[in-house]
Design a protein around this ligand. Sequence first.
Ligand code: RIB
Length: 300
Amino acid sequence: MKILSLGSLNLDHVYAVDHFVRAGETIASTKMENFCGGKGLNQSIALSRGGAQVFHAGRVGADGEVLRERLAQSGVDTAYTVVDPTVPTGHAIIQVEPKGQNCIIIFGGANQTIDPPFIDDVVSQFEQGDIALFQNEISNLDYAIERAAKQGMQVALNPSPINEALRNSPSLKYVKWFILNEIEGYELSGEKEPQAICEALHKKYPGSIVVLTLGKQGVLYSDGTTTARHGIYNVPVVDTTAAGDTFAGFFLACTARGLSVERTLELASKASSLAVSRPGASDSIPTIEEVETTDIQRAE
Ligand code: RIB
């Protein structure tokens, strides 16, 4: 089974700050680093490091070649990752404060030039039963979701960053797996409690599987009949960037490999905890071997 990840590629400029900048304030950062990122790229790398055969589709400008190289070095097939010198590469400005929390501004650039002909070309290379993974940092996401579903692919969506257009999108009825956090769950369901979010999403999108990440409370999985939970692991929090991307990629990779729900949640939770203990986005994502052999304890 092949996995297509059609998503964003960003150059991440990461600034260490004492606190997030406030309105009207100018602050000095204590460190600046550049990383390969973008939710699409991070999730493709997590899929690959989680043991999946993954193809990344997306677009970068001339200065984004480094992103394509990073995907390839991480075992991702880049046949559909296009370098277009006429557009700027997407980028992100990320502030990270001492407790490892972040806030992010993205500039879409080439990610916002994904158009229906490109989507048609890519999706037509996949077959019934293959998986398509999307996030909300590319243009024509609606079209891509519907096109993949009509190709017979199983659609996974990480609705991040959530916005009005996605909330009201009719394409959500094609989604099999929603991999989302509580805020996104609230935006899509109108409910605040984890169990209520799952129930409302099952009602709105019958047959879907909800994988709800709950920060320090771990994760809640619900397919409408079965529910499962898993907690987080004890690690020093260095940088939370890409923690959700790591979880999404590992969850889908382990699911595609046919692992049980319990084992899948365990490996994805552990991978995401390890990512939190390291700086950067894609740089922080562990391999499946590291996840299986690193001895970290479940938090109480
Ligand atoms: O999820 C983290 C990612 O969000 C960063 O790598 C940044 O590029 C933004 O897309």
